[in-house]
Structure formats: structure tokens, C-alpha cells
Design a protein around this ligand. Structure first.
Ligand SMILES: [Zn+2]
Length: 294
């Protein structure tokens, strides 16, 4: 049976000598694992459209045990994502979150549109990357069915409060009175809460140029991360683990010390390659149709 669908390439890795194994997020059918036969040959017409993050139109043949790619038309490559370490890392983070949520044979239009919009904005030079990611996280929670409650205490329903906390099991705010019932609740400042509400209410393009103070970003990042880890059952997000090292390297100011600069550049380059390798080649899939989540 032949199927056609637009899809994002989440992962692409070598499979046999000349083939690639793809993990796709398709508009019509959610997650699809497919083999692109002959795609690693130099003259393959498919190569451009099966790169990670590409948005392409696929014609797939559904065999008894697997899908094979018959034809690919590239719609959008999101090329700038591969040229900058931070963008690449965050694009990999979006892929990691999306992969946790999607399942085979089940479309997820809300997440599909959100993911496409986020990749597109992340490729734009002028986008405030941290703002975009905080916003994506909040919209992702909504798309996955666990939108945090940011307006009243989850225990006593109180709305008027000076000192708020955020509780993961409670799914959002708890007041200072009910706080003692929640073990791992995190303090959320008034400004932090205002920002979270704003990002939750606005679309990604609305906030793409919004600058957030680093301290405020850090506060919301910690709250989002803890909430996402709680709901996804993960201990860490693999895609983000190298970020602090490169942030450190990139913070070396331009100076006459060329050695230090070029060392930083070459280390950044190496880390970029490491992220690419980790995200694109080391797949958890051992067998097609028999995916094992770690
Ligand atoms: Zn309360």
C-alpha cells in the first residue's frame, strides 16, 4: 500500500551499506520508522530531503513489517539549525521532547504544528532563542495534556496571594498556606509567574523577539524542566547535557589571545559534531517496528 504524507525527519542514520533508517514525524500518522533504500549513494535524489530536521513530502510503501521510502520532495531544510551550536542543541531538544510524545499510527496535529513553527523560528537569526524555548515548553505541556495551572492554588483554589510556589504533582501553583503539603514545590517569583502566564497565552511568533532577563529565564527554565521531567518520567534530557560546556567556551571574550580563541572555536566545533553524532546516529531503535524506549 502506498501512503503519502508531509513529515519532519527527526532522525536519520546509516542502515546497511547504502540505506538510511529514518524516524519521521508525519502529519497524518504520527511516528513512522522507514528505510530509504540507496539513499546513501552519491547520486541519490533522496539525500537532501532526509536530513535531520528537514520537512519533506514523502511517498511511502507500507510493507508487511516496515515502511520504505519511494519518493521524497524537500519542502524546507531549516539549514541554519545546523550551522550554530546553540540552535542545533535546542533543535535536538525539541526533537527529544516530540519523540517522547508521539506514537505510531496516531496523528498529533497540535504538536505537529507547534514543532514546525518552533523549528522555523529557531532558524531565524533575530529570534530570542531562550524565549522561544521557554514558550515552546509551555505550549508543549498544553499539547501533551498537562497544561500547568498558573492562576490559582491547586489545593484551596485561592487566587489572591503574594507568595506562590509551583508544584509538579499538583500541576501548577500552590499558595504559601498549602505549600507545606507539597514536598518538592519550587518558589516562583511574581515576575516569573507573570512571564509564564504571558508565554502561555501568546503564540510563539508573538514572543519570538521578546528579551528575557537571564535570571528570570533561569527561574522559568528550572520550573519548566522539573515539570517536564516529572511528566515524561525522564531523569535528564540528553540533548541539553553539553550546553553548559559550550556556553562556557562561547563566553571567552574576543581578545588578542588568538590561541585561546581558536582553541575555544575548535572545541565548540568538536562539541557540535558530538551533538550531531549523538542525536542523529545513535538511535535507540534496535529493530524496526520493535522500538525500545530507554
Ligand atoms: Zn492554597
Amino acid at each position: 500500500m502506498l501512503i503519502n504524507s508531509d513529515a519532519f525527519v527527526l532522525k536519520s542514520r546509516k542502515y546497511n551499506e547504502a540505506d538510511s533508517l529514518l524516524v519521521l514525524f508525519s502529519r497524518k500518522m504520527g511516528r513512522i520508522s522507514a528505510v530509504a533504500k540507496g539513499s546513501r549513494r552519491a547520486k541519490s535524489q533522496m539525500l537532501a530531503g532526509i536530513q535531520p530536521f528537514c520537512y519533506s513530502h514523502f511517498l511511502l510503501y507500507q510493507g508487511r513489517s516496515m515502511y520504505t521510502v519511494n519518493q521524497v520532495d524537500t519542502l524546507k531544510t531549516f539549514y541554519p539549525l545546523r550551522e550554530n551550536y546553540r540552535r542545533l542543541t535546542y533543535a535536538s531538544y525539541l526533537v527529544e521532547l516530540v519523540e517522547i510524545e508521539i506514537t505510531e499510527e496516531q496523528s498529533h496535529p497540535q504538536l505537529f504544528n507547534l514543532f514546525g513553527k518552533a523549528l522555523s523560528l529557531l532558524s531565524e537569526e533575530t529570534t530570542e532563542i531562550e524565549t522561544l524555548i521557554r514558550s515552546f515548553e509551555l505550549h508543549y505541556m498544553t499539547a501533551c495534556g498537562y497544561e500547568p495551572n498558573l492562576f490559582h492554588c491547586g489545593h484551596c483554589q485561592k487566587r489572591d496571594e503574594k507568595k506562590w510556589y509551583f508544584s509538579h504533582p499538583q500541576g501548577g501553583l500552590v499558595c504559601s498556606h498549602c505549600y507545606s503539603k507539597e514536598q518538592d514545590a519550587l518558589r516562583i517569583s511574581e515576575r516569573g509567574l507573570k512571564l509564564a502566564r504571558y508565554l502561555q497565552m501568546k503564540s510563539l511568533p508573538d514572543v519570538q523577539h521578546l528579551k528575557i532577563h537571564p535570571r528570570l529565564n533561569e527561574e522559568l527554565q528550572q520550573i519548566n524542566k522539573a515539570y517536564l521531567l516529572y511528566h515524561t518520567g525522564r531523569r535528564q534530557f540528553k540533548s541539553l547535557r553539553l550546553l553548559p560546556r559550550v556556553d562556557e567556551l562561547m563566553s571567552i571574550p574576543p581578545s588578542r589571545n588568538h590561541d585561546k580563541q581558536s582553541e575555544a572555536e575548535s572545541q565548540t566545533h568538536r562539541l557540535t559534531e558530538e551533538v550531531k553524532f549523538d542525536t542523529f546516529n545513535k538511535d535507540e531503535d534496535k529493530t524496526i517496528g520493535n522500538e525500545q524506549e530507554e
